[in-house]
Design a protein around this ligand. Structure first.
Ligand code: AMP
Ligand code: ZN
Ligand code: FE
Ligand code: FE
Length: 286
């Protein structure tokens, strides 16, 4: 069994439509895929409508959250919510607030870049997002189109990095509020790429322990942004805290070099994650 529990579509900042993602999952030899777009569940319906016969789809979303570390540092935390009720009023309301905030923030980043002379416009960014939830990858693609940078990765390591003068933070959800919302909506919460240092400050062990007490169930151990030391540390921590250790690609289509199935979740961990009385069921055979 090949199980990939973290992938993005054009409903947010991936480049495959939900339909294309379904066929890409089959081509990658996956048995189970989770669709986890940022701050939206808009891709679920078309993904399920086009679901190939033997592919199982886990409905999910990635929630942008913030955590204030004991040392005062603001840490961006991405939570994966799986199998929650998409119509839970407070959860869907929070997603709507974040999508709106992404528009204002994307516009501000674009305005700063444009004022500094970089040839990009907000209209172009909106067109690149094509109705999906706007994210920095869309701004990165506008910068690539304007030949400011050679590729999306170069934009992220320079102009769009979190320590860049052009960067604007989003008013993300408090991580404990998001954990409560996902749980209340019947879902299962996991933390995405907790030790992806390249993206900015990361959580410490104390934080992961506090999240676990607040209802966290899973921990992404195998992720393309984790090296061997991070994976070893997280595997140990998952065992200590009794968290389910997950592996996922965080596929974004052409916006990132990582292919689907680059990291996968063992079937035993998958069962522990999804077999919960309050959660919706994955759709398909598994
Ligand atoms: P945002 O949510 O708008 O702050 O943008 C962050 C998104 O950009 C996340 O989904 C990341 O997966 C993606 N991202 C972060 N670093 C990179 C990178 N080096 N190349 C491509 N995408 C990235
Ligand atoms: Zn993304
Ligand atoms: Fe993420
Ligand atoms: Fe992601």
């Amino acid at each position: 069994m090949r199980i990939d529990l973290h992938a993005h579509s054009t409903a947010s900042d991936g480049t495959d439509t939900p339909e294309q993602l379904m066929s890409a999952a089959v081509s990658a030899g996956l048995d189970v895929i989770a669709l986890t777009d940022h701050d939206t569940t808009a891709g679920w319906q078309s993904a399920l409508a086009q679901r190939p016969a033997h592919l199982t789809v886990v409905r999910g979303a990635e929630f942008s959250c913030v955590y204030r570390r004991a040392d005062g540092v603001r840490v961006s935390v991405h939570l994966l919510g799986y199998l929650f009720d998409p119509d839970h009023p407070r959860l869907s309301g929070e997603q709507a607030r974040l999508r709106q905030a992404r528009l204002t923030r994307g516009q501000e980043i674009t305005a700063r870049l444009s004022a500094a002379g970089y040839p990009i416009s907000w209209q172009q960014v909106v067109e690149l997002a094509d109705g999906g939830v706007v994210g920095r990858p869309h701004i990165a693609r506008a910068l690539v189109a304007g030949e400011v940078v050679p590729d999306v990765a170069a934009a992220f390591s320079g102009l769009l990095a979190s320590d860049s003068a052009y960067y604007v933070p989003k008013p993300d959800t408090d991580v404990f509020t998001a954990l409560a919302l996902i749980t209340e909506a019947g879902g299962v919460a996991a933390i995405a790429h907790p030790l992806a240092h390249r993206r900015g400050p990361v959580v410490d062990d104390e934080a992961l322990s506090a999240f676990t007490e607040a209802g966290l169930v899973g921990l992404e151990v195998d992720h393309p942004d984790h090296g061997e030391p991070e994976r070893a540390h997280l595997a140990r921590l998952a065992a200590d805290l009794e968290l389910v250790a997950l592996g996922s690609s965080d596929y974004h289509g052409g916006n990132k070099a990582t292919p689907l199935g680059a990291c996968t979740t063992p079937v035993a961990a998958y069962s522990l994650l999804v077999d919960r009385p309050t959660a919706m069921r994955p759709i398909g055979d598994r």
